[in-house]
Design a protein around this ligand. Structure first.
Ligand code: AMP
Length: 572
């Protein structure tokens, strides 16, 4: 039996989810009707001549598919303070900044109360399923979450990353309390102005409450790996802080110092125990369960562009289960992970039919077809996701590709595949994020013999040479030999199995691949660049391909090259 948990009853949550997913077509129609009734009088929908119609057929006939670029002029007017009903019936008061990974600068997206309610719904849904398999007791969560800078737009709207908008909302805290997983760290740490100081204090708070920590989480898995990599560097200093009850002088933000001083008391026993545990580990394997003996699982998005971090995360996690969080974007939530026992690489997400109206554009052999509805998708097919939400986006192409892996009642279970935009394309070649990841994984196997790993990677299609060629950037955990790196370079070149790439390489339509090894800390500089643009660590996804339009990041990468190698894999 599932217990009643705080104010929400997990059994009811599951029952409602089962009912809704069994009747997905009707729920989708009703959801669209609700969205269009609330917003039918907006300038955008009026101009399209929808004229009060709320059925899916008319909606598809009158409203075009759009991208963020199409919506930008409307959103910009809202950002600049036009409070007339442009996209939503009720005025938008908050703007989210998406991570803007590919363009190098964040995109503006409307955020409202309904998106917050969706957030609570999806958190509760996946928690209800998760808690059935991995029950947690009363305790705390070590959450590596960071509020980004919030600012006022020219028109006086509050703007911050979607995660920041969520963390600032009192409903978020209530929900976390109901889920028995309030954050270890005080708000001053979460919303601190300097990410490195917040990270240090998150770790310290986790250690202070080490026996109470039930789970370790973040929005995306990258932040957890980043945190424990930092722990490897600062652990002795953290022990000293705990032993003396005095916060390290590296923390200079007065509000953080004040908040931490309330938690920190001299505790030599705890300091000794942390010291002993760390000293006893072999290459930090099993660090997380060693530090937090009552932790039940690690939680955060682990699919898509997070996959390259999982090896390191598994290393830190020892035998603890890794559970992937839900599927969503600044534009709104899409689907929940309701099968938490499945290994992370097989994670699927079940669409919540009442949090938006969803369409799917079939993508087969890079040809686009007409969008189909949520219950019309076919098993095994790949689709681009189109979202209509409660916050003013209508038939908005999200730019993600998913694959239908099965059905939960009548609702599809999706596997996240990749972003739609091709990463690398010089000639007739077509390389996706997944292709790049596979090549990097293949080549990185050659490093394993030297006990080295790829900390992070990116790519660039260099057209300044004739013919153009691929550049792969790697940051490594240590120094590798010349021979091994030359081999890695050739292996990368050979591992792009796209027919267009291979044939172009053979006839020198694409030049030899170049592997550039970056100085240590380069990706930290890339992260800092995104943070300075208003992005948050939580939503950070290392850009897997950097184009010339993302000039600042390209400059950082190209300006920090330590060594470079040119492939001979196709030499005759
Ligand atoms: P942002 O709005 O900046 O937070 O980025 C949202 C994007 O992150 C989505 O469009 C996806 O590409 C990616 N994303 C979000 N959730 C997941 C997930 N569960 N698995 C893989 N990728 C995800």
């Amino acid at each position: 039996m599932l217990e009643k948990f705080g104010e929400f009853n997990m059994e009811n949550v599951i029952e409602e989810f089962e009912a809704m997913t069994s009747d997905a077509e009707r729920v989708q129609r009703e959801t669209l009707k609700k969205i269009l009734e609330q917003n039918g009088s907006t300038e955008y929908l009026q101009n399209l001549g929808l004229n009060g119609r709320t059925d899916p057929e008319s909606f598809k006939a009158f409203v075009p598919l759009v991208t963020h670029k199409d919506m930008d002029p409307y959103i910009q007017r809202i950002v600049d303070g036009d409070s007339s009903p442009i996209l939503t019936g009720k005025p938008v008061t908050t703007i989210s900044l998406s991570s803007g990974t590919t363009q190098g600068k964040p995109k503006f997206i409307p955020f409202n109360e309904e998106l917050m309610e969706n957030t609570v719904q999806i958190y509760q849904t996946s928690f209800a399923f998760r808690n059935r398999e991995f029950p947690i007791g009363n305790g705390k969560a070590l959450q590596f979450i960071y509020g980004s800078k919030q600012f006022q737009t020219k028109g006086g709207l509050a703007a911050g990353t979607a995660t920041t908008n969520v963390y600032r909302c009192s409903k978020f805290k209530d929900t976390m309390k109901q889920m028995q997983s309030p954050c270890c760290s005080p708000d001053e740490v979460i919303f601190g102005p300097e990410f490195h100081q917040s990270l240090y204090c998150h770790l310290l708070c986790g250690l202070i409450f080490s026996d109470e920590v039930q789970l370790v989480s973040s929005t995306f898995a990258h932040s957890i790996v980043l945190a424990f990599r930092a722990f490897e560097l600062f652990w002795e200093e953290l022990c000293t802080d705990i032993r003396d009850g005095v916060l390290s002088s590296r923390i200079t933000v007065p509000s953080i110092r004040a908040a931490m001083s309330k938690l920190l008391n001299p505790n030599p026993e705890l300091a000794d125990s942390v010291y002993r545990k760390c000293s006893g580990l072999s290459n930090w394997y099993g660090l997380i369960p060693a530090l937090f003996p009552n932790v039940k699982y690690i939680y955060g998005t682990m699919t898509g562009s997070m996959e390259p971090y999982l090896k390191k995360l598994r290393h830190y996690a020892g035998d603890l289960p890794l559970l992937s969080a839900d599927y969503g974007a600044s534009e709104g939530w899409i689907a929940a992970n309701v099968n938490p026992k499945v290994p992370t690489e097989l994670t699927t997400y079940v669409v919540l039919p009442n949090i938006g109206y969803f369409e799917f554009i079939p993508v087969r052999d890079s040809i686009e077809f007409k969008p189909v509805g949520l219950t019309e998708v076919k098993l095994g097919e790949e689709y681009e996701v189109v979202v209509t939400n409660f916050a003013g986006l209508y038939r908005y192409r999200l730019g993600d590709v998913v694959k239908v892996m099965g059905f939960h009642n009548s609702t599809p279970e999706l596997k996240f595949l990749c972003r739609t935009n091709l990463l690398l394309n010089i000639n007739i070649d077509k390389i996706t994020e997944q292709d790049l990841q596979i090549s990097v994984e293949e080549a990185a196997k050659l490093l394993a013999a030297e006990k080295l790993e790829v900390v992070d990677f990116s790519s660039h299609a260099d057209l300044s040479t004739d013919p153009g060629h691929y550049v792969i950037f790697w940051e490594l955990s240590g120094e590798a030999s010349q021979e091994v790196l030359s081999e890695c370079c050739n292996c990368l070149d050979k591992s792009f199995l796209d027919a267009g790439y291979m044939s172009s390489r053979k006839i020198n339509g694409i030049g030899p691949l170049e592997l550039r090894i970056l100085q240590k800390g380069t990706f930290q500089k890339v992260l800092n660049h995104y943070l300075s643009q208003g992005s948050a660590v939580n939503q950070f996804k290392a850009p897997r391909c950097v184009g010339v339009n993302n000039s600042k990041v390209l400059q950082i990468l190209c300006g920090n090259v330590a060594r470079s190698f040119t492939s001979t894999a196709y030499d005759k």
